[in-house]
Design a protein around this ligand. Sequence first.
Ligand code: PMP
Length: 318
Amino acid sequence: MFDSNLKVWYNGKIVPWSDATLHAASHVVHYGSSIFEGIRAYTTSDGPAIFRLQDHLDRFYTGAKIYGMEIPFGSEVLREACFELLRVNDLSSAYIRPVVFRGLKALGIDPTACPVEAFVLAWEWGPYLGETALQDGVDVCVSSWRRMAPDTLPAMAKAGGHYTNSQLMKMEALTNGYHEGIALDSSGLISEGPGQNIFVVYRDTLLTPPMSAAILPGLTRDSILQLAEHLRIPYRLENLPREMLYAAREVFFAGTAVEITPIRSVDRKPVGDGKPGPITRKLQNMFFDVVHGRVAEFSGWLERPVSHGARLEAAAAS
Ligand code: PMP
């Protein structure tokens, strides 16, 4: 997965992999005080393009705002950092991980004195749940760990500390022989996976839990809803009881890392006939066409660096 020849963006500079380190007394090491993003760049016929980069950066800044963290770089700087990392690491497709965190100053819980620092990493990362997951689907369980109640941790922020909950879900699922877990929210309704949103197809309608179910507002989720609209697949945001996972004809995960991964069983009960269903497949095929630049209507989701010429023109016009 990692290659020690990779370069990393660290507080505004490109540094060697081995220099992208932080001090043991940094606040983030002890209290999980970070905000991060997970973004993918895909190959297209016009070179690599980053999928919905600005929307990911907007979520990143929103998360930092929720946690009162002032990011010492503008979003145009981080945007450029993402493209620069693709260039310097010679990546035609990649997973890109910006992270801001509270650094070294004081180790009380109050984070406010600690400087906010930033890394951006990029590396080649294939299918998150393994090569066959996208094709055949995965086996999942309902986790015994719940998602956070709305007045405990802010689910809209992609904060490092929140992923201790995700780790518990993931380890429990693996220990019990599943690929992944699905969490219920604090009222017992379906929430999401440890790092992905969830959709079901019930009576030909695509359903996914609303924001109030302690979910991260996923950009893959949002893209799927827009693709469903385009494909005239009926859809609704709806609170879903656990048993919907057994009643639904199709179930799938959606996220930057997992992309669109069919779920073939939940708690050892087959979903539908145990094979990825037609609506899942249709959305999956369309999604991969879109991210690889094969669908003109959605080419606006594929972002590329502003060319040198365009930058000069913009500077001259301002
Ligand atoms: N939920 C959680 C908890 C996540 O970590 C992620 C991954 N960022 C998602 C949902 C899916 O979000 P996205 O589609 O923007 O990657």
